[in-house]
Design a protein around this ligand. Structure first.
Ligand SMILES: [Zn+2]
Length: 217
């Protein structure tokens, strides 16, 4: 068993977490750059409205901007993006795409929500999602309202490892999330919850012991 991690081509050179990810698992992790080949499709699956899930034929300029990578502020439908990715790669072993695109899913409350990860036969992890998806503590909003563009205080490497483990546990054991708020498989919604995570709970430590090196995170 191994894992395949694709990094979107546009961020390959600036990606800093190769060793950190490699050192988490006992099995080999293979990294490869990845490029979406269909700019029209990417423009097509943009989120157009926070409370409607509808897609329409993009304007030529939007397709052109996709081609040039001018996608600041663009959010993609994570489910569609994942489906598209899964058709393009071999998903017989755990396969992940790490991207800097913002991804969101349309939920039962009738709204789109930013996501750090979208999981299915493979997974897409959003680095920007790691920074923006979890709710920030109230002080953060206060600072922002006073005009301080503060550095967002999240250990991206730690969250990446949590998300990769969550996908691996889901892929291998059909385990979704853990109730224990200190466990790396806990579904964190806020930056405070992320800070509380310390490692794996006893049950998940046992479950994953044959594939993990000694002591995450
Ligand atoms: Zn657990």
């Amino acid at each position: 068993m191994g894992m395949k991690v694709y990094i979107e081509d546009r961020i390959w050179d600036s990606f800093q977490f190769f060793d950190e990810i490699r050192s988490l698992f006992k099995f080999p992790v293979e990294f490869k750059p990845y490029m979406f080949k269909d700019p029209r499709f990417l423009a097509y699956i943009r989120v157009r409205s926070p409370d409607k899930r509808e897609f329409y034929e993009p304007f030529p300029v939007e397709v052109d901007n996709e081609r040039k990578g001018l996608i600041k502020g663009v959010i993609y439908d994570g489910v569609e993006l994942l489906k598209h990715f899964c058709l393009d790669v071999d998903v017989s072993k755990p396969t992940v795409l790490i991207t800097d695109r913002l991804i969101a899913t349309f939920d039962e409350d009738g709204r789109y929500h930013l996501r750090m990860i979208v999981m299915g036969p493979a997974a897409i992890i959003s680095l920007k999602g790691i920074l923006y998806a979890p709710a920030k503590p109230p002080q953060y909003y206060i600072k922002l309202s006073f005009g301080f563009e503060d550095v967002i205080d999240i250990d991206v490497g730690k969250v990446l490892k949590m998300l990769l483990l969550q996908f691996y546990a889901y892929f291998k054991h059909e385990e979704v999330f853990c109730e224990d708020n200190k466990c790396m498989l806990h579904n964190c919604h806020t930056t405070e919850e992320i800070k509380r995570v310390k490692g794996l709970c006893e049950r998940h430590g046992k479950m994953l012991e044959d594939c993990l090196t000694s002591s995450p995170p």
